[in-house]
Design a protein around this ligand. Structure first.
Ligand code: ATP
Length: 200
């Protein structure tokens, strides 16, 4: 079975940027968030069950999941969040397994934003790579990219694992407090190591 490395980090830490760099080097990348977006888009496999569970205010008839409405409901109501996860996670896991089985690179990278928080695929991962950066930078990059205001970003960060805990659980760390060139150099070293291990 192909080796699978988990890639995670807080909101706006640079997971997608690092994953794109590893993909450009030849890794097979499977992104749980992208799978989730496909499942919850109009016609997506999770839409009927989500509409049944949360009603048309959250999943309009014939439409896609209203992600902003779902996010705020899940944020304020832990039971809604658990219900959402019980519907989505098995479907994400299934599709991720399908994509991983079809992966052709020397190893695969599974990008999961809330990897530690949800325990998603924990048993399947050989190592977990964490993208790390100072919180101030995390806030400013996320604000710039998303248009959320800094308070909203901090509230999301507060609901995720704190930085120290993620770092403690990491097998590898990609430092993204510098420029893109620095991140790329680290991705190149990581890729060389992971690709070499794949041969053994
Ligand atoms: P999310 O959790 O929201 O999905 P993410 O962890 O995938 O985010 P990215 O989208 O890769 O993070 O990066 C967040 C923003 O920061 C993007 O606009 C990206 O272009 C920018 N960024 C990432 N790394 C760097 C860097 N080293 N220097 C400057 N900008 C960066």
């Amino acid at each position: 079975m192909k080796r699978v490395v988990g890639l995670t980090g807080g909101i706006g830490s640079g997971k997608s940027t690092a994953a794109d760099m590893l993909a450009a080097l030849g890794a097979s990348v499977v992104d749980a968030d992208e799978i989730s977006r496909g499942l919850t888009a109009a016609g997506g496999a999770a839409v009927p069950a989500l509409r049944e569970a949360f009603g048309e205010a959250i999943v309009p008839r014939e439409g896609a999941l209203d992600r902003a409405a779902m996010r705020s409901l899940a944020f304020s109501d832990p039971r809604a969040r658990a219900r959402l996860e019980s519907i989505l996670h098995p479907l994400i896991r299934e599709e991720a397994a399908r994509r991983l089985a079809a992966a052709t690179g020397p190893y695969a990278v599974l990008v999961v934003p809330l990897l530690f928080e949800t325990g998603f695929q924990a048993g399947r991962l050989e190592r977990v790579v964490v993208v790390d950066l100072p919180e101030e930078l995390q806030v400013s990059r996320t604000v710039e990219r998303s248009g959320l205001d800094p308070r909203e970003v901090r509230a999301i960060m507060a609901a995720q694992w704190p930085r120290w805990r993620r770092l403690q659980a990491a097998d590898e760390v990609l430092w993204n407090g510098g420029g893109l060139g620095e991140l790329r150099a680290q991705c190149e070293r990581l890729h060389a190591r992971l690709a070499a291990r794949a041969g053994n």
